[in-house]
Design a protein around this ligand. Structure first.
Ligand code: 13P
Length: 253
């Protein structure tokens, strides 16, 4: 019997948004407040670090949580341009995404680096959203599950719990492409992730949220979110506008 897990719908704004974008968070909060039936999921927006405090202010008193998109492993020091998990927390973040495929590809982040960042998130009292996902070449070579299991093993800290850690499965080839795996394929990967989490973390692994990410839209959210072991979504492009993001959150109404 699968553990009962409260879903999380998270928006990753990537390198998009300026102060005026707070109107989207305000609109989202209004939709949440006005909904007769409340969605059975937590709602999170991860803007660029420059907007965390602005959005936190805009989301004050609402059910919308705010998070960062990356952090440094260290608490402070000579690391020009980097941001510590403690700084994100100080600015109002409750979560931070680590190991996104764009960080892995653009900044050469290894599993060991991602693990150190997840540990930093935990140290700062943030929930880490640890991303994994195969490339198209890996998928074509039949390596998907092997790649995912390796990333989980290398990227997750030993002390991870359901409260401090969320997994996001994002097939690299599905990000920003409009292509998604079939529900059967998503079920296979999420099932394998659940098994690996349970084997390593026991009861905590049974409760950890496993998000699907990659071209989630209002039109496909209900189908993807109903797949076994899918406990929410990590949404890029469709999280930028409150209307679209609400359309995805509505899968949990
Ligand atoms: P898209 O929803 O734009 O495909 O992006 C997914 C993603 O990378 C979220 O982290």
């Amino acid at each position: 019997m699968a553990a009962r897990v409260k879903a999380l719908v998270a928006g990753n704004w990537k390198m998009n948004g300026v102060k005026a974008s707070k109107k989207e968070v305000a609109a989202l909060a209004r939709k949440l407040a006005a909904a007769k039936k409340k969605p059975a999921c937590d709602v999170l927006v991860c803007p660029p670090a420059t907007l965390i405090s602005t959005l936190k202010e805009a989301a004050k008193g609402t059910k919308v949580a705010i998070g960062g998109q990356d952090c440094h492993a260290k608490e402070s020091g000579a690391h020009t341009g980097d941001i510590a998990a403690e700084m994100l927390k100080d600015a109002g973040a409750a979560y931070v995404i680590v190991g996104h495929s764009e960080r892995r590809a653009d900044h050469g982040e290894t599993d060991a680096v991602v693990k150190a960042k997840a540990e930093a998130a935990h140290r700062a009292g943030l929930t880490a959203i640890v991303c994994v996902g195969e490339t198209e070449a890996e998928r074509d070579a039949g390596q998907t599950l092997k790649v995912i299991k390796g990333q989980l093993k290398g990227s997750l800290p030993d002390g991870a719990s359901a409260r401090t850690t969320v997994i996001a499965y994002e097939p690299v080839w599905a990000i920003g492409t409009g292509r998604t795996p079939t529900p059967d394929d998503v079920a296979k990967v999420h099932g394998a992730i659940r098994k690996a989490l349970e084997a390593r973390f026991g009861g905590e692994g049974a409760k950890m949220r496993i998000l699907y990410g990659g071209s989630v839209k209002p039109s496909n959210a209900a189908e993807l979110m109903s797949v076994p072991n899918v406990n929410g979504a990590l949404v890029g492009g469709a999280s930028l506008k409150a209307e679209d993001f609400w359309g995805i959150i509505s899968a949990y109404l």
